[in-house]
Structures are given as C-alpha cells and as structure tokens.
Design a protein around this ligand. Structure first.
Ligand code: HEB
Ligand code: HEB
Length: 443
C-alpha cells in the first residue's frame, strides 16, 4: 500500500524525535532560572516557602533532565544515521557548536549534582544559590549552541563551496550567522515563558482544587510575574524574527502569510482557507500589519511567493502553525498581564476562578506554541536542509530500515514519557506540599 521512501520516513522520525526532545529541552532551559528566582526570593525575604519551592522544582527537574539527555542523544544518533550526506558535507562546519552543547551539558550536570546535595550545608544560604548560577548558565548555553546550528541550516555562512565540498571553514562565522541573534533570543525567551506558565498552571490547579496554603499563592505570583515579563519579550523578539525572515528568508514569511504577490501595504492574514486560485476565504485581515512585521513601516514592500521557483516553495500549511503560535502568544501575554494587574489592585481578586482556569490552560498551550514555532521554522525551510546548498532529499539516507527505526524509537519515547509522568506523579503525590511544610515545621 505504501511505497517505502527513506526521505519521507527520515523526516517523520526526525520530526517525532525533535517534537519530544523540544519539550524536555524547553523545560531544561527554563526550570533552572525559575529555581534561581525562587531561591533568590527565599534568601532575600528570608522566606522558607520560596526555598521549599526551589527544592521541589529542583527535584522534578532531575527527572526531566534525564529524559532530555536520552532524547537529545537520540537526535545526535539520528543526525548521522538519517542525514549522513548533510553531516558529511556540513558536519565539520557545525562541529564546534555541537561539541560545545555537549560541553555545556556536562558543565550543567556537574553543578546540578553539587547543588542537589548541598541544601542546608552552607552557613550562608547565598553560597548554595551561587552553585545554581552555572546550572542556569549551562542550560542557557545548551540552548544557545544548538540553536546556532539551526540558524546555520537556515542561513549558512562561514565556508566556501568548491566542487561540492565546503572548504575554508570559519566556524565562528558559521555560528554567528544572520539567523542566530533572533533565533537564540526567541528560543530562550519562549523557553522561559513556557516554563513559567507550566509551573504557574500547576500552582493555579492546586488553588482551584481548594488548597489554600499561602505557598501555592506565592508560587503562582512568582511564576505569573515572570510569565508576564517573558510573554512581552517573546512577542517583541518574535517581531524581530519576522524582520529577519523578511530580509533573509522572505519565502518563509510569505508562505506563513499566504502572501503571493509582491506588494506594498501588505495586510496580515489570520486563519482562513485557501481556494484553488490562491484566493483566501474566511480570513481575518489586519491591514498593513504584514508590512509592519516585515519592515516596521505600513507602506513597506513585502516579497511574495511569485518571486520563487515552484520547486523552492515551502508548504503553505505553515500559515496555520504561525497563526497558532502567535495566537497562543497573545493569549499568554493577555492572561499574565491581567494577572499582574489584578494582583496590583487591592480590590480585585487575582485568584478568581476564570483567571485561574485560563492560567491552567496556558500551561499546555505554551508547550503547543513551542511545537508550532518549531514546526513553522522547520517546515518553512523546506525543501532545503541547508538553505541554498542542499535539499532535504539530497541530505537523507538511502537505508532500507528507517521504518523499523521509527517503530523502535516511538516505543522508546512512549516508555520515556510514561516513565517521566509516573515518576513525577509519584514523587509529588507521596510527598505533598502540605506534608512537607508540616514535616519541616513551617506551617
Ligand atoms: Fe538538545 C540535551 C542534541 C535541540 C536544549 N541535546 C541534548 C543532548 C544532545 C542534544 C545530544 C544530550 C546531552 C549532550 O549534550 O550530550 N539538541 C540536540 C540536537 C538538537 C537539539 C542535535 C537539534 C538538532 N536542544 C535542542 C534545542 C534546545 C536544546 C532546540 C533548546 C531549546 N538539549 C537541550 C538541553 C539539554 C539537551 C537543555 C540538556 C538536558 C536537559 O533536558 O536539560
Ligand atoms: Fe515564535 C519561530 C514570530 C510568539 C515559539 N516565531 C518564530 C519565527 C517567527 C516568530 C517569525 C520564525 C523564525 C525563523 O524561522 O527564523 N513568535 C513570533 C511572533 C510572536 C511569537 C511575532 C508573538 C506573538 N513564539 C511565540 C510564542 C512561542 C514561540 C508565544 C512559545 C511559547 N517561535 C517559537 C519557537 C520558534 C519560533 C520555538 C522556532 C525557533 C525559531 O526562532 O526559529
């Protein structure tokens, strides 16, 4: 029934692996910062509740890091197994950041180990906090280095091409390619935003279930304040990402906006259905918004898909991914700013049910936005693997066993994810906040 196609199957397997890894990677980048904020507040205000928050988050973090390492290693394996031609051609250009990511990970892991075993061991609590700084920096560095690799795939620099071979390699130029600044900033900011929302959702859910200890309210307040800040920064940086695309990958932006003809005063199209003659129906049009997103002025010219050869056009479905990401981004910003506003005004109650439920919804939605962002960025790069140099088809393996690999890896991910969920649930169920507060004599 199905024709065996190693290229298609390789894309499926890589996609599944990245979709799983990115959840753990995002949490892996964001949680250390949230732990640091909590411990810092705990020390500054001499408030044991915040320190307990830090402790509990750190315990959960260990589990997600472990899974992140396994899924990350799976990606590393698959890079050479599924995309051998790509790794052969470009491997030595990007080996620096790839190696540095592993290094950053070890750096992070070593200090995380020390951090976990030195609670209450120091006379001055702040020393324990200092150990967390390399953990947070290491996680951030992981995200930074690996994102430069993705940037390189989108905007390859730092080499010369001679008879199909990359020579005169300049690794730093490859790392600091034009895509790197916006990508790194957007990835880090959205990771912090997502983690803040996921942790806020847990606190909001606890409050909704009638847990009224002030511990949960402090957790909610800390995470939602952080979420509001990172929601704003993610949106601002996202705007810069749009300007990057307009300059370096206009076909990706045009595909995201179903912008067929080059024109000035281009509107932004939200939702809608594409008709046969490239007409868009049922969409919400925001006049001038695409020109502003692309170049910052309402009358700027935005390049349309007509300028590109048919075989170089990205799939038009990325429009929905982009809309979903932006839509969720707006929702997260709205909810978190509303929370901060409600918390500021004495008469208003920031623990009202609708707002708490919106925060609970924000947790999974933010994870969905991360997935949509990557789907958009990666599918929008098609048909290229290395833009302008190598197509996905040219980079792929011709192996005959990719289908079997998919089955095995999917089984692995199912086992990993259920284990992760079970362990986390057991860990926090068997030792609920109320019990730990009681045991530590800090009711
Ligand atoms: Fe990653 C981990 C790879 C993407 C973040 N990673 C990891 C690992 C690996 C990887 C191999 C393991 C460890 C070491 O280092 O050795 N990745 C990778 C690749 C890619 C990625 C290949 C693509 C292509 N990541 C990513 C992203 C991010 C990340 C995008 C961000 C956002 N990672 C990360 C982190 C880690 C890792 C953070 C650590 C772990 C945890 O979880 O924490
Ligand atoms: Fe995003 C991507 C924009 C929000 C996540 N972003 C992206 C892009 C753009 C954007 C343009 C592409 C880039 C490239 O490709 O280079 N966003 C945006 C905007 C906004 C946003 C405008 C506002 C609203 N995002 C968002 C959110 C999130 C995200 C909210 C989550 C949470 N994104 C994302 C990711 C990605 C993206 C993850 C992938 C990576 C890169 O950067 O690329």
């Amino acid at each position: 029934m199905f024709e065996y196609d190693p290229v298609f199957l390789s894309r499926i397997l890589t996609g599944i692996t990245l979709a799983v890894h990115v959840i753990f990677a995002t949490v892996g980048v964001g949680v250390p910062l949230m732990i640091a904020l909590a411990e810092w507040m705990g020390i500054k205000r001499n408030d044991e509740h915040y320190r307990l928050l830090a402790r509990r988050w750190a315990r959960g973090f260990v589990i997600t890091v472990a899974i992140g390492v396994v899924t990350g290693t799976a990606i590393g394996l698959q890079l050479s197994l599924l995309w051998p031609n790509f790794m052969q051609m470009a491997g030595h250009v990007i080996s620096l950041p790839l190696f540095m990511e592993t290094f950053a990970f070890f750096f992070e892991a070593i200090f995380l180990g020390i951090y976990l075993y030195t609670w209450d061991r120091f006379k001055k609590k702040i020393y324990h906090f200092f150990i967390l700084i390399p953990v947070a920096l290491g996680a951030m560095a992981s995200g930074f280095f690996i994102t430069t690799v993705n940037g390189f795939m989108n905007a390859p620099r730092g080499f010369d091409l001679e008879n199909g071979v990359l020579t005169n390699i300049r690794p730093l130029e490859a790392m600091f390619n034009p895509a790197t600044p916006t990508k790194v900033a957007h990835v880090l900011s959205s990771a912090y935003l997502t983690t803040a929302f996921v942790l806020a959702a847990i606190a909001a859910f606890a409050i909704l279930r009638g847990k009224d200890h002030v511990y949960h309210k402090k957790a909610l307040h800390l995470t939602m304040t952080a979420a509001a800040i990172f929601a704003i920064s993610t949106a601002i940086i996202g705007d810069f990402s749009g300007k990057y695309l307009a300059k370096y990958q206009p076909e990706k932006l045009a595909a995201a906006e179903w912008h067929f003809e080059t024109s000035t005063e281009a509107p932004l199209i939200l939702g809608g259905v594409l008709q046969e003659n490239n007409e868009v129906k049922y969409a919400l049009e925001i006049p001038y918004a695409l020109s502003i997103l692309a170049h910052g002025t309402p009358d700027a010219e935005v390049i349309g898909l007509e300028e590109f050869p048919e075989e170089e056009l990205p799939p038009l479905i990325v429009h929905y991914f982009f809309d979903l990401m932006v839509g969720i981004g707006m929702f997260l910003a709205f909810v978190s700013i509303l929370y901060v506003l409600f918390a500021k005004v004495r008469k208003w109650n920031e623990w009202n049910k609708p707002l708490l439920w919106a925060i609970v919804a924000g947790g999974p939605l933010s994870l969905l936005a991360i997935e949509m962002g990557w789907f958009f960025a990666e599918l929008g790069r098609q048909p290229w693997l290395l833009v302008g140099y190598m197509t996905v088809e040219q980079g792929a393996t011709t192996s005959e066993h990719v289908d079997l690999m998919i089955v095995l890896f999917v089984l692995l991910y199912i086992v990993l994810c259920t284990t992760c969920a079970t362990v986390l649930r057991k860990m926090f169920k068997n030792n609920p906040v109320e019990k730990e507060l009681h045991d530590r004599g800090m009711e």
